[in-house]
Structures are given as structure tokens and as C-alpha cells.
Design a protein around this ligand. Structure first.
Ligand SMILES: [Zn+2]
Length: 239
């Protein structure tokens, strides 16, 4: 009986050790959060930090863009996750972040925390690949269409429906679009049928940048597709 089960037990042990290996293990991740409180930056930062710690990443949480000019910290990083809606940072801080990403540190984030930060900083926007301008109608029902089904970030994820803010963005033609949404025209007739990126990835120098427009409130991450897109994007972006 025992010998018959031994191979099965071995397979289980082997696959569980494979399963527990995370691409985030040992990675140095800086999470910087703040800005407009309506997006619950601290709640988001702690949720992501908790997941990263479970993946055995080394997480530094910061409430200030002053971290972007801490040379030793920035040089130690594999990934920056930012959640700061609007707000401002100094030119020096902006350059500190951009230089790190250009050197190969990854950058990931969602919603206003990455895509509506530092409205007066076009160099920052050039790095991220898009900028929020409006969410017509506020909370609306819409469909997210996976436009690239073979990418590791989206593989196996089907189109899904949501009720949340539908971001209308000015975006960079250089982004690689992974998921889109279509506007109905119910709130602004002239945008009827406009297709808008929801999830994208891109490069900035040697760095990888991942963005998802989804993430207005904590409960939106209970939607498995939203959460999976986010964590897979983080795994893709890390150095
Ligand atoms: Zn929002």
C-alpha cells in the first residue's frame, strides 16, 4: 500500500514545490501611495503589499514621492508600484523615478494611481503611456474585452462585465493593448462606439510598464479577472 502511494506523494511534493516558486520571490518592490483619498491609496497599497509578502518579495511602503530621490533605495529595486491620484511631485522626484525605470526597474499600477497622477508632468505621462481625462457617467455597466488572448498577462482570462468607472484616456500609440472597452454614447453621444484601452503594457528605456485602468475601489479587486490582470501585470513588469 505504502509503495503504491509513494510515487503519488512524490509527485504531489514536487508539484507543490513548483507551485510555491514565485516569480516575485526575493524581488525588491517599492510601493508609493498617496494623493486623492477617494481612491483609498493606503488600502490598495496594503492589499498589494500583503500579496507581495506572500510571494516572498521584499516590500518597502512609502507615503512620499521623496523616495524617488533616495539613490540607494532606487538602485536596489526591481519594481515600483505607484498609487497616487493627482497630487504633485518635484522635477527631481519625477526624474528619479523615470531614470530608475529607464535603467530597467519595472513600473506597475492601476486606475488613477498610475494613470491620473501628476497632471502637469508630461514626462511622467510619456513614461506611463496614457492619462485619464474623464469617466463619463461615473459608475456605469460595461464590458472589458480581452483583445490579446495569447499574452501571459491575459491568457485564459475571458471577457467580463463590470460596474465601475469607465476610464476615457488620452493614450500613447506606442502602448501594447491587452484589453479594451467600448463607450456607449449614453452620456456623451459623440463618443458612441469609441474603443478605449483598459489594460496595456509598454517599455520605457529598459523598464517594463504595466497599467490597468481598473481599480476605483477595493471591491473591484474581488472580481477575479481584475485581480488576476493586476498581479500578472506586476509579475510581467518586474525586472
Ligand atoms: Zn476612480
Amino acid at each position: 500500500m505504502k509503495t503504491r502511494f509513494a510515487p503519488f506523494v512524490l509527485i504531489c511534493l514536487f508539484s507543490s514545490s513548483l507551485y510555491s516558486q514565485s516569480s516575485m520571490e526575493g524581488k525588491n518592490v517599492l510601493i508609493v501611495y498617496g494623493g486623492w483619498n477617494g481612491h483609498q491609496p493606503e488600502v490598495f497599497a496594503k492589499k498589494i503589499a500583503s500579496w507581495l509578502e506572500n510571494q516572498r518579495a521584499n516590500v518597502t511602503l512609502s507615503e512620499s514621492t521623496a523616495s524617488y530621490v533616495e539613490k540607494e533605495l532606487m538602485q536596489s529595486l526591481d519594481l515600483v508600484i505607484q498609487h497616487i491620484t493627482m497630487s504633485k511631485m518635484s522635477n527631481r522626484e519625477s526624474r528619479g523615478l523615470r531614470d530608475a525605470i529607464a535603467r530597467g526597474v519595472g513600473l506597475a499600477g492601476c486606475h488613477g494611481g498610475l494613470g491620473d497622477s501628476f497632471r502637469n508632468d508630461t514626462e511622467y505621462q510619456y513614461m506611463v503611456g496614457g492619462q485619464f481625462v474623464k469617466h463619463p457617467g461615473g459608475q456605469t455597466d460595461y464590458k472589458v474585452t480581452i483583445s490579446n488572448t495569447s499574452d501571459p498577462v491575459t491568457a485564459g482570462i475571458n471577457d467580463f462585465n463590470l460596474k465601475t468607472e469607465q476610464y476615457y484616456m488620452h493614450f500613447d500609440p506606442n502602448i501594447e493593448i491587452l484589453a479594451t472597452t467600448s463607450f456607449s454614447g449614453e452620456h456623451d453621444a459623440w463618443i458612441d462606439g469609441v474603443e478605449m484601452p483598459v489594460v496595456w503594457k509598454k517599455n520605457y528605456g529598459k523598464g517594463r510598464v504595466f497599467y490597468s485602468a481598473l481599480g476605483h475601489s477595493e471591491d473591484i479587486f474581488d472580481v477575479p479577472e481584475v485581480w488576476n490582470l493586476m498581479i500578472r501585470g506586476i509579475e510581467w513588469a518586474v525586472k
